[in-house]
Ligand binder design. Structure first.
Ligand SMILES: N[C@@H](CCC(=O)N[C@@H](CS)C(=O)NCC(=O)O)C(=O)O
Length: 248
């Protein structure tokens, strides 16, 4: 049986998607927690092909990226499958997974860092259960440069975040639609289920977003797929930015 080491940043949504997929497959793994930004240097030195998490070492392979990881896991251990055998159904799952990564996960990441740059104290709540090698209080107290770097790396400007929040109701409609169609939430969880659920679970750690999401089938699906997620951030974003979500 394969053994794996998964490199994560505590609270990272694609990393939690990867961890849930390993659990779903029953692949034993060790989790290594890294601090954001510092993670880049560590992964580079270790010879991973990229500098972001999730990064997975398994059977002598080094894989970066949640979508590469889902495919590699199916190659290494086909059962239970993360992608359907039927070619048409597979394309639909791949498309939904890609949307979950490129649209939902990127948008939620921007909203998160815009929130944390206003108040870094809640960062501590993402460190519950993590082993980062320094006390959580110290990590948060010294997180200023890390937050500034993440804001830059992820293009976290106010216009982009307002656009993400304006688009959020349509994102929830899309996910609810996929659940109604059976693409998500079927008896056999697929790679898109994990990718999208982890993104929404991170969004639901934010007090500004929790309520409008948890009332929806999308929120219910996320909580079933990813029952435990660290993080709890009080509402802090400007009220006008949240108007589209309230209206929905
Ligand atoms: N699209 C990538 C996202 C990778 C990504 O941006 N990961 C973030 C954490 S959510 C990261 O490594 N951030 C640290 C950094 O960029 O310094 C995937 O799904 O794997």
């Amino acid at each position: 049986m394969s053994r794996a080491t998964l490199y994560v940043i505590p609270g990272s949504h694609p990393a939690i998607a990867a961890e849930r997929m390993l659990e779903h497959k029953g692949i034993p793994h060790r989790r290594v927690d890294l601090m954001p930004v510092i993670s880049r240097g560590v992964l580079k030195v270790m010879g991973f092909p990229g500098v972001t998490v999730p990064a997975l070492r398994i059977d002598g392979r080094k894989i970066t990226g949640s979508r590469r990881i889902s495919r590699a896991l199916d190659e290494i251990q086909p059962e239970p499958p993360l992608f359907p055998a039927d070619p048409g159904a597979r394309v639909a799952v791949e498309d939904a997974e890609r949307w979950g990564e490129e649209v939902l996960a990127d948008g939620v990441r921007r909203i998160l860092w815009n929130t944390i740059k206003r108040d870094k104290r809640p960062l501590r709540t993402y460190l519950v259960g993590a082993k980062i090698g320094v006390p959580a209080g110290l990590a948060v107290a010294t997180a200023g440069p890390i937050i500034a770097a993440e804001v830059k790396i992820n293009d976290v400007n106010d216009d982009a975040v307002r656009a993400d929040l304006a688009a959020f109701p349509a994102w929830l409609d899309r996910i609810d639609g996929w659940i109604a169609d059976g693409l998500l939430g079927s008896d056999v969880p697929n790679a898109a289920d994990f990718q999208i659920a982890a993104g929404l679970m991170l969004a639901m750690t934010l007090g500004d977003l929790r309520e409008p999401i948890e009332a929806r089938p999308a929120g219910d699906h996320a909580m079933r797929m990813v029952p435990s997620y660290p993080g709890d951030v009080p509402a802090i974003l400007p009220s006008a930015w949240l108007e589209p979500l309230r209206a929905a």
